[in-house]
Write a new protein. Structure first.
Length: 262
């Protein structure tokens, strides 16, 4: 067993920016063949071109993770380009800050659809492809420390990420016999565009008074002394996509610098 991802065909959703982009670039740098998938096709193709310009292998495709036909098309594109699918990172997600009593049905549905249904569909279609190929494959879902502990201004986001962990565990039990490994990564406070939106949401909701206050306050308790950068998720991502994790399934890896102990 090794941690090598060289020549593996890997899809990363939400890879047009943020954590997904960093994971995709890291995997490509280690020799994997990437399908960069994002709802913003321009961003996906731009990241893919950048990888190719550096000698890597990547294609960029648009995907709407809550539309099954779109997810099927994404997987078909990866298989057409590289002959098979070895791993998928169901990373696409959204966040929204709302006071608990202000969460509406529309807020709930939007967050749950992208973060929950989107992961379910991605898992289902990847599993079908793995079985068609004869079994075996890796699924890595992006959860969150908010899937380990509930955070009141992010209650529906927390619920969706608890759901990702539940889906991860249930599918791991269902498809272990087919040698399909299914795990999750739980990032903490990561300096991305999403966190800028979260920070703005705290301020807009009257929970903080200045820009970056929520980010700085939550980062202050990190044991390793700094907030996370997207690149901090690359190492565990390579491990979970590689044969080095062949005896690991149903697990949720907290990568937060020391914020949550569960």
């Amino acid at each position: 067993m090794t941690n090598s991802v060289k020549d593996l065909s890997i899809i990363v959703t939400g890879a047009g920016r943020g954590i997904g982009e960093a994971i995709a670039r890291g995997l490509a740098g280690a020799g994997a063949k990437l399908t960069i998938a994002d709802i913003d096709e321009g961003n996906a193709k731009s990241v893919a071109k950048s990888i190719c310009d550096k000698g890597g292998h990547a294609i960029g495709v648009r995907v709407d993770v809550i539309e099954r036909a779109s997810v099927k098309k994404m997987i078909a594109a990866a298989v057409e380009a590289y002959g098979r699918l070895d791993a998928i990172f169901n990373n696409a997600g959204i966040a929204q800050v709302r006071k608990f009593l202000d969460i509406t049905e529309a807020d709930w549905k939007r967050v749950m659809d992208v973060n929950g249904l989107g992961v379910l569909i991605g898992m289902q279609e990847a599993i079908k492809q793995f079985i068609t190929q004869g079994g075996g494959g890796k699924i890595i879902n992006t959860a969150s420390i908010a899937g380990k502990q509930g955070y009141e201004p992010l209650a529906h986001y927390s619920a969706s990420k608890f759901g990702v962990i539940g889906l991860t565990q249930a599918a791991a039990r269902a498809f272990g016999a087919q040698k399909i490994n299914i795990n999750a990564i739980c990032p903490g406070v990561v300096a991305t565009d999403m966190w800028k939106l979260i920070d703005k949401g705290f301020k807009d909701e009257g929970l903080t008074k200045r820009e970056n206050e929520a980010f700085e306050t939550l980062s202050a308790g990190i044991l390793l002394g700094r907030p996370s950068a997207s690149d901090d998720l690359v190492g565990v991502s390579e491990f979970l996509a590689s044969s080095g994790s062949d005896y690991v399934t149903g697990q949720s890896f907290v990568v937060d610098g020391g914020m949550v102990f569960i």
